[in-house]
Design a binder for this molecule. Structure first.
Ligand code: TXA
Ligand code: MG
Length: 333
């Protein structure tokens, strides 16, 4: 049976530590706990306990060859997990941790193959959320945690999304409201000759370059090449509706689909275009707002049995690139 712990944002850190204690004890004893981070909700298990880690794959229906990110509550906690911490990692940690940047480094023997899908590298990040940090530090363990959704569903940005997907297939769910960023962390591979961004997120390649001088971004089309981040070969975001990305949404476009008997949703930044004729329309004031609500919008479109989601392309720098990346993936068959 799942137990829910509610944390409101009025609590100070000591109160949060008290509130998460039962869940932290459960993690240390091999249990599964869903918890909020600043990006999305994660489904955590003790990363050093192979049996506990296997339960994550079972609960999510996740393919065993897709490795997990280990979450730590302090930078020093990575030392025993990795072979060596290169200077670039030190600099990036100083600049961006705690925060939405996952680093891929060579793994140490301590990290079980179940976490890395048998691979020689390990993904690690320190989340910037008081509940996640309290939970990890009280558990006393590094915590392996993928997004707490069923495989193939949008990542959960509220506790309710976790309930919808995982129901009772976990021991504790810590509910602290909506996550602030709403998209998964940037994943940066530091084991390649030139550091490579494998997944876009709130920390941009430009920000990374400004710290370590170089970084390249794995192009969507490069995925036809041997897969360096196994997760990339799966279609992550799979709304029932077809997703179409257009430069500008027009009423004519929306009416054309509706005339074919299709239920239409639109996603856009606030623009001059009216978009009022869609069956369901999400308009956001900022790219940050769009990122924060994107997955909730995709889930809602599914619930409303929308046939086609028309999204307006955004070409601003920053997090909107990550938003477009997720929409592009959702648009692929
Ligand atoms: O923001 C996030 O990163 C969230 C929260 C919960 O921290 N976690 C998350 O985990 O998105 P997940 O499992 O849904 O996505 C992890 C991604 C996958 O694409 C996986 O293939 C990749 O990171 N990954 C993990 N370990 C890797 C490794 N050793 N080498 C390459 N890619 C790796
Ligand atoms: Mg995921």
């Amino acid at each position: 049976m799942r137990q829910d712990i509610y944390i409101n944002d009025q609590l100070n850190f000591d109160n949060v530590v008290q509130a998460v204690k039962p869940a932290a004890g459960c993690l240390a004893n091999g249990g599964l706990v869903a918890f909020p981070t600043e990006t999305v909700y994660g489904l955590g298990a003790n990363a050093l306990d192979p049996q506990a880690v296997l339960k994550i794959f079972e609960a999510k229906g996740r393919p065993a060859d897709n490795p997990l990110i280990i979450h730590v509550s302090s930078p020093g906690q990575i030392e025993p997990l990795v072979g060596e911490v290169p200077a670039a990692a030190h600099d990036l940690i100083k600049a961006f941790w705690p925060g939405p940047l996952t680093l891929i480094l060579p793994k140490s023997k301590l990290v079980p193959d179940e976490v890395t899908a048998g691979g020689p590298t390990v993904a690690i990040r320190m989340p910037n959320h008081p509940v996640a940090l309290a939970l990890i530090s009280v558990s006393g363990k590094p915590i392996a945690a993928p997004s707490a959704n069923l495989s193939g569903r949008p990542s959960p940005t509220t506790a309710e999304h976790v309930r919808q997907d995982l129901d009772n297939n976990l021991d504790y769910l810590i509910d602290a409201g909506s996550t602030s960023i709403g998209l998964e962390s940037t994943v940066l591979d530091l084991t390649t000759e030139i550091p490579t961004v494998l997944r876009l997120g709130a920390i941009s390649a430009e920000q990374i370059k400004s710290i370590i001088g170089q970084a390249e971004t794995l192009k969507h089309t490069d995925l036809a090449q041997p897969v360096s981040s196994p997760g990339l070969k799966y279609r992550h975001y799979a709304p029932k509706a077809k997703v179409l990305i257009v430069p500008l949404i027009t009423d004519e476009m929306v009416s054309k689909y509706q005339a074919q008997g299709l239920k239409v949703a639109t996603i856009a930044l606030k623009t001059e275009s009216p978009n009022s004729s869609a069956d369901f329309s999400s308009v956001f004031a900022t790219p940050e707002g769009m990122a924060q609500n994107l997955y909730a919008t995709l889930r809602q479109a599914d619930e409303l049995n929308v046939d086609i989601i028309v999204a307006e392309a955004v070409s601003l720098p920053g997090v909107s690139q990550a938003v477009m990346d997720r929409l592009k993936r959702a648009s692929e068959d």
